[in-house]
Design a protein. Structure first.
Length: 98
């Protein structure tokens, strides 16, 4: 009998829907306290997940859910920097079809 591994499920901070971890974009707070979009999905640190859609990112940012999930107080300039990185990553994914 072969055991099948469960797919890791995460909840989107923007819309609240559960999805496969690989279908979501991860934002991570490193052990040093830096917050950034995790392009690999494997960076060391505390992570928060959103669908690769602008609506989900904006909902999570507007409701300060990144702050709570990452246990950090983000300034507006931090959110803007993360937003630019998120948009760049989602544009690259759309261009490559991933």
């Amino acid at each position: 009998m072969i055991k099948r591994r469960k797919k890791p499920i995460r909840t989107c901070l923007g819309c609240g829907q559960e999805a496969d971890k690989r279908d979501l974009t991860r934002v991570v707070r490193s052990p040093e306290g830096d917050v950034a979009v995790d392009e690999t999905g494997k960076a060391n640190g505390r992570g928060a997940y959103v669908h690769p859609k602008a609506e989900c990112f904006e909902a999570a940012a507007r409701r300060h859910r990144f702050d709570a999930a990452l246990r950090v107080n983000l300034k507006e300039e931090d959110v803007e920097r993360i937003r630019r990185d998120f948009e760049r990553l989602t544009a690259q994914s759309a261009a490559t079809g991933r």
